[in-house]
Structure formats: structure tokens, C-alpha cells
Design a protein around this ligand. Sequence first.
Ligand SMILES: Cc1cc2nc3c(=O)[nH]c(=O)nc-3n(C[C@H](O)[C@H](O)[C@H](O)COP(=O)(O)O)c2cc1C
Length: 351
Amino acid sequence: MSLVCLTDFQAYAREHLSKSTRDFIEGGADDSVTRDDNTAAFKRIRLRPRYLRDVSEVDTRTTIQGEEISAPIGIAPTGFHCLVWPDGEMSTARAAQAAGICYITSTLASCSLEDIVTAAPEGLRWFQLYVHPDRQLNKQLIHRVESLGFKALVITLDTPVCGNRRYDIQNQLRRNLTLKDLQSPKKGNSLPYFQMASISTSLCWKDLSWFQSITRLPIILKGILTREDAELAVKHNVQGIIVSNHGGRQLDEVLASIDALTEVVAAVKGKIEVYLDGGVRTGNDVLKALALGAKCVFLGRPILWGLACKGEHGVKEVLNILTNEFRTSMALTGCRSVAEINRHLIQFSRL
Ligand SMILES: Cc1cc2nc3c(=O)[nH]c(=O)nc-3n(C[C@H](O)[C@H](O)[C@H](O)COP(=O)(O)O)c2cc1C
């Protein structure tokens, strides 16, 4: 059976992965209310198409942080790709490079950062940081990603403690996962194993200036859901925000990402770029997020479904399918370029 949409990949991955890996990918926190609402909320939004606008050529290209990408679709950071495909993040990186989009590599990557870069040297990559309690470890890691050519530092905010992921607890998954990739290749074991528990619980807004003092990379904050935090992000001179609830894996019963987007976009007043992840599964979802002010969307689980199905080729197919769907959505709403996607495409009365 051919796989023609992202949920086909989900069904295939569900059938073929072990129970504990499937649960690790699919699981939300607590009752998974937010995980499910992330997708459902997109479906509550209706579109207002415009016709007779010559859509014989539709251009999906855009930029993020000044870098051109082939479509406003990227790969959100997810850990442990080797759980679903033997060469894990190396395959993901190759597929992202071939597609001409941005791959946010996770702190919890299961391949070394050097191997990921070697696999796809021309790809656009950002690095996602789970802030470690030991500042020196953060500093070493940030300098390492800088020298490897990563183009931005994405700091995840919504994980001061790990959410209640019941399946992972039942499957005792965390006990078995360690991060050999965060050992320094030059210094052997000089970086200790970075356990999932090794995430700072004391990170504060005032700490951002320290990160800004040690790197020239643009800093993007991942996990903002409120106007208050969006305003603080602007005040602290970061370069971007990812509206995200961690795919519903952290605090359950928060707003769906697409429902939080409007207030965040209004709060930043165009001063910095706003991105979104969570529940993006179709070209219409991408269009809706852009119409509500996102510059780009990122995919979490769908990339792992593609990887689980066919490795690099599966991820390429997922990205191709979504880009083609997005192009169709643009044509059917009368948008010839990403710049033409705006709020008038959204039926607000149905929100
Ligand atoms: C299996 C899995 C692992 C994840 N690992 C990370 C991670 O290492 N760092 C991070 O910031 N977010 C992580 N996330 C959250 C994603 O970056 C993203 O916010 C979320 O998956 C988007 O929702 P979606 O899966 O509905 O596309 C993970 C999500 C999943 C499903």
C-alpha cells in the first residue's frame, strides 16, 4: 500500500515499531489532552479562499533567521532517532539537506553531532539545548555546535522537570536511555553521560544574558505559549520564539499550539520571528499557521514515522508530501508566494 499522507506513515510506524518505542513517540503527558488538541485545533479553523489569481506558479520558498529554505516546514528536535532507524539522526540530516529545510538537532540525539554534520555537511541546522545545571558543560557544547556550523541555538523552556509520561514509566524507558553522543569526541569521556534528569530546574530569564555572552548564534526560545512570556522574550533580545507545548508531552491541558499562536504573534509585534510546532499534519495546517503569523512550522512525530518506515527515504517522503500538500493549499487559496499568506485566509468567527 502506498503511503500518501502523514497519517499513513503514522499507521505504518505504529504497526512496525516495538511497543515501548511506539509509546515513547506517541505518548503525551497525563491524559494526553493537549497532544490530541494540537491536531484537533487545526481542524476547528476554516479557510477563506480567493480565486482568479493566476496560480500557475506557486513559490513555497521563504527564509528563517535570514537563511533560505525551500518551504516553511522544518524538523523539530526529537531525541533518540536510533531507536527507530539504525543510523538515526544521520538519515534525518540527509533527508533535511535534500529537502532544503532546517533540521533542529536535539540535545538528546543518539548519533554524535560530528557524525550528523558529516552525513549532511550542506544542511541548515539549528541546535536544541536542554540546559544542563553545569554551566561549563553548556558552554563546551555550545562552542562545539558553533564550530560545527549550526546556525542557531534553540533553548527549550518547557522542561524544568519531565512531564508525566505514563507509558514511558510503565515501559521503564528512561532507565535504559543514555546519551553517548554528548561525549566529547576529542576528549573521550570528558563529558559525562547526559541523563534526561540532567536538565536545569533553576533556569531563569536573567540567565539568558549569560548564553548571549558566550555565543553569537541567534537564540530561539522553544515552548512559549503566553503573551507574557513572549513579551519577556522580546525584552531579553532573543531572535525567535517557537510556540510549542512539546507535542503535549510536558504540561497537559495547556492550549493547543495553534490556539496559542495568535496571542504570541500579537505580543511580539513583528520584532522577532515566531515559529510553531505541534499537531502539524497537512498542507492546510501549514497554511493556517502561516496565516496566523508563524514564519515556519516544525514537525516532531511525523519525522519519526517517516524514519521508522524507510529511514532517510521515509523522512524525504514525509517532507515531500507535506510540501506538495502545502503548495496545493496555497494554489487553492490563491496564494502565489508565502508573502501572500495572511489573516484574511482565516474565518475568525469559527475560531
Ligand atoms: C519522541 C519525541 C521526542 C522529543 N524530544 C525532544 C527533545 O529532545 N527536545 C525538545 O525540545 N523537544 C522534543 N520533543 C518535542 C518536539 O520538539 C515538538 O515540540 C513536538 O513533537 C511537536 O509536536 P508533533 O509531534 O505533534 O509534531 C520531542 C517530541 C517527541 C514526540
